[in-house]
Design a binder for this molecule. Structure first.
Ligand SMILES: Nc1ncnc2c1ncn2[C@@H]1O[C@H](COP(=O)(O)OP(=O)(O)OP(=O)(O)O)[C@@H](O)[C@H]1O
Ligand SMILES: Cc1ncsc1CCO
Ligand SMILES: [Mg+2]
Length: 266
């Protein structure tokens, strides 16, 4: 996977407009739908247990996010996830806040235990908590806590038998064997709510068109980071950044990714 491959996957998303079924949190719902539309994907949010199995099976990917979890929603996630698994629809999981409360941690573990998750995407603290590792959070960006993020990602991938994407100052994607490091993005991403949640759904759109889950996640994170870098140049603060970022998710193309993308195997 190199910058040209990243651009190729992006073009495939834009040509095929994959349906991404999201069961996500109430904070980021609108931003996620708009971000997926800007990318060129087709978002749908569907939560009722009566319909999630039918929606998941016609989707290109199912994205599960426990940001504002409750029992009804978790029941729907399990129904949707089992339907996706039966119909070979990839499942992408964001364990928002794993470690913050026992309920979140237990629910995250239950979902990865009971479902076949293709990709789990979180910050370092969340991924560490899903696998029961110690991880010290310093400030907002857990990725800067000094721990070995690459080692953590590999350990999680081997333990959970899934592709793991850890985001932060640098992003790591691994299946436990092949590992990519992406050095794109901008710190202002941490000043807009839901940029982590949106990137998980963007990974969903990419894995809908690129079945190699490591390649899909690495491509999505590179594209997302480049869009953020370009948007940050025109933004005066978090407010105008959010708008500029949505614009750049739609506007950037092959040239921008080839020029600014930073993706390497480590
Ligand atoms: N210090 C940083 N420098 C550059 N990019 C960053 C930095 N911190 C995070 N990012 C980028 O921001 C995006 C979101 O990642 P982050 O790790 O903040 O997710 P998160 O913690 O789940 O966020 P949230 O839950 O608030 O939505 C990723 O694309 C990541 O690369
Ligand atoms: C602020 C917040 N609280 C629960 S989910 C969420 C959005 C970031 O994931
Ligand atoms: Mg998050």
């Amino acid at each position: 996977m190199n910058v040209q491959n990243v651009a190729n996957v992006l073009e495939k998303v834009r040509q095929t407009n994959p349906l991404v079924h999201n069961i996500t949190n109430v904070v980021v719902t609108n931003f996620t739908a708009n971000g997926l539309l800007a990318l060129g994907a087709s978002p749908v949010m569907a939560y009722a247990k009566e319909e999630v199995a039918d929606m998941a099976k016609i989707a290109g990917a199912l994205v599960l996010n426990i940001g504002t979890l409750n029992e009804t929603e978790i029941e729907a996630m399990l129904i949707a996830g089992k339907s996706a698994n039966e119909h070979n629809v990839p499942v992408v999981f964001d364990p928002v806040g794993a470690g913050a409360t026992p309920y979140r941690t237990e629910t995250a573990r239950k979902l990865v235990r009971e479902l076949n998750v293709s990709i789990i995407r979180g910050n370092a603290a969340e991924i560490a908590n899903v696998i029961g590792e110690q991880w010290t959070i310093k400030g907002v960006d857990a990725g800067e806590s000094g721990g070995d993020v690459v080692a953590l990602a590999k350990k999680a991938a081997q333990q959970l038998k899934t592709v793991v994407a850890i985001t932060g100052k640098e992003d790591v994607v691994t299946d436990g064997h092949t590992t990519y490091l992406i050095r794109n993005g901008h710190p202002i991403l941490t000043k807009v709510t839901g940029t982590g949640c949106l990137v998980t759904s963007v990974i969903g759109a990419f894995v809908a068109v690129e079945k190699n889950a490591v390649h899909a996640a690495a491509a999505a994170l590179t594209y997302y980071g480049v869009a953020a870098e370009i948007a940050a140049k025109e933004a005066e603060g978090p407010g105008s950044f959010q708008i500029a970022f949505l614009n750049q998710l739609a506007n950037i193309g092959t040239d921008d990714i080839v020029r600014h993308g930073s993706i390497e195997i480590v």
